[in-house]
Design a protein around this ligand. Structure first.
Ligand code: ATP
Length: 266
């Protein structure tokens, strides 16, 4: 089923997350359809990670509800949300360095029936052949890019229905990034619902159906792929929202310049 034909999969209602007196996400509501890919943009500290973690159950809600397939998950712990097919992955996710690559992958397959695990593992290893070559080695020997492949592979092996990806392309070489995009297109696009926090507008544009822009914990812009037109227009839109101001950090402007340079093929 194509994304446009999908039904409401995730209904976030007035989500609020606080760190002590700081409201990091304030009363955010949005609906994501089944099979849709939503990119979440925003300057550093605008609340993207907090928003995704609130949905995953990794941070407690100060207000609002997370309704998934019609069920209110707001009071459920993260592992029970995971049992319903929700996965959060981040470049800050850890791999178990002393366990083998294969064992790390298997850790993501706990929800699959044991008879299906081997085939699922083989499928993921075929998506990332370099992991296949190192399947019996400790994950500690992997490079940074390979570790990110393992983190994504560990999520994919469990066949997630809702994947929350926090900056999935951060720090990846162009080659690994392209591989990630291809894997996501091949295995997830239109099948799983994806929320993807990202700074790299060009790469995100290859995958997104819709986007939102966060600023200071609220959504300040929502748009569809068609409304953006192309990656360049989306980048221009982000520049307008991220333009220097008291709430923007220099790091973020640098990142956007990097995106621009990548786009020019440098
Ligand atoms: P980045 O792009 O840098 O990852 P972000 O948009 O994901 O940023 P968050 O990490 O969600 O932003 O942070 C939102 C706000 O919450 C920021 O003001 C941040 O300083 C604050 N914050 C995040 N985590 C904590 C924490 N553990 N304790 C206190 N404040 C926090």
């Amino acid at each position: 089923m194509g994304p446009a034909a999908g039904t409401a999969h995730l209904d976030v209602q007035g989500l609020t997350v606080a760190f002590g007196p700081i409201l990091a996400v304030k009363n955010v509501s949005l609906t994501v359809r089944e099979g849709e890919t939503l990119a979440v943009f925003g300057a550093n500290g605008s609340g993207k990670t907090t928003f995704l973690k609130g949905i995953a159950g990794l941070l407690p809600l100060a207000g609002g509800r997370v309704v998934y397939r019609g069920e209110d998950l707001s009071k459920l712990p993260a592992h029970e949300r995971a049992a319903r097919g929700i996965r959060y992955v981040s470049d800050r996710s850890r791999v178990a360095v002393r366990m083998t690559v294969r064992e790390n992958l298997d850790a993501g397959a706990w929800l699959l029936h044991p008879s299906r695990r081997e085939a699922a593992r083989d499928r993921v290893l075929s998506l990332f052949p370099v992991l296949g070559e190192k399947a019996g080695e400790p994950a500690g020997v992997l490079s940074g890019g390979e570790r990110q492949m393992l983190i994504l592979g560990r999520a994919l092996i469990g066949e997630p229905a809702l994947l929350l990806m926090d900056e999935p392309f951060l720090g990846l070489s162009r080659e690994v990034r392209d591989r990630f995009v291809a894997v996501i297109e091949r295995t997830l696009k239109g099948r799983a619902t994806i929320l993807m926090s990202e700074h790299d507008a060009e790469t995100a544009f290859r995958l997104l159906d819709r986007h939102v822009i966060f600023r200071n914990g609220v959504v300040v812009h929502e748009g569809t792929r068609g409304e953006s037109g192309d990656a360049r227009s989306l980048l221009a839109l982000l520049y307008r929202h991220f333009r220097p101001g008291e709430d923007d950090s220099p790091r973020d402007e640098r990142r956007l310049r990097d995106v621009s340079r990548n786009r020019e093929g440098k």
